[in-house]
Design a protein around this ligand. Structure first.
Ligand code: SAH
Length: 243
């Protein structure tokens, strides 16, 4: 009998931000597949096999999940945040596209609270009007494309959320990102660096573009850039509905 693949988002960190349908799917699972730190968030129990794998093997992991399901397993593939936001859902569909003999495996995607929304609510409402999300990593796409999307989004006056802003393997690109923002935006533009949101290490810091430096971001940070109308009110940052 064919099993199934559910691709589930575990939210940004706190247990209270895991949706009830994701908890129910994990309760029913025979196998959980995912990146090591995300699988570590799933409690072991009899009858459940955990398959933690390293980063950067998303396609192999996705194929493994589909193979297990084809053999009858109820597989949950876990991502942090939302699985459709720079995460495993697309990888599973890519694997499905490449393996026509697995086309009969039922695949379901269960949403989760993505980092930018958890960060925005912790800050106030900086994404309160039109916004876009950009993955700054050039692991899978050229940096020129990142730079082009960023420049055009800034010119269109979108508020923006940056995922994967800076890593040890790409220490200098975030400096380039700040440079492009300085070319396109006024120096008073508000930027919130939100680190480890909804975990005990959560730290939020809002500065102006003039004050922003590349070392304010790391791989556990999501960066929220306001639009030209984004402002502070007391400790909060918000974007008005009219802009
Ligand atoms: N699917 C995830 C994103 C995966 S990409 C989601 O929807 O949130 C990994 C990037 O997400 C990190 O580099 C960081 O930019 C961001 N991120 C994930 N969890 C975060 C958290 N708790 N706090 C701040 N940023 C986070």
């Amino acid at each position: 009998m064919t099993g199934s693949v559910i691709i589930a988002g575990l939210g940004p960190g706190a247990e209270a931000k895991v949706t009830p349908e994701v908890t129910a799917a994990l309760d029913q699972a025979t196998d959980v597949v995912g990146y090591i730190p995300y699988v570590a968030r799933v409690a072991p129990r009899p009858g459940l096999t955990l398959h933690p794998t390293d980063n950067r093997v998303e396609l192999d992991r996705a194929r493994h999940a589909l193979d297990l399901a084809a053999q009858g397993a109820r597989v949950v593939v876990v991502s942090s945040g939302d699985p459709g936001v720079f995460a495993m859902a697309s990888a599973v569909f890519e694997a499905l596209e490449a393996a026509s003999h697995l086309a009969h495996v039922p695949v379901t995607v269960l949403p989760g609270i993505t980092a930018m929304l958890a960060a925005a609510s912790a800050a106030g409402a900086p994404l309160g009007h039109d916004f876009c999300a950009i993955n700054l990593s050039d692991n899978l796409k050229p940096f020129d494309l990142v730079a082009r999307r960023l420049r055009l989004a800034a010119q269109a006056d979108f508020a923006m959320a940056f995922y994967n802003p800076r890593s040890k393997s790409r220490p200098h690109q975030f400096a380039r990102v700040l440079e492009i923002l300085r070319e396109e935006c006024e120096s008073t533009r508000l930027i919130t660096f939100a680190r480890a949101v909804s975990t005990p290490e959560q730290a939020l810091r809002t500065v102006t573009l003039a004050e922003a430096t590349e070392d304010m971001a790391d791989m556990r940070t999501v960066v929220l850039v306001g639009n030209s109308a984004t402002r502070r009110i007391g400790p909060y940052v918000y974007t008005p509905r009219s802009a």
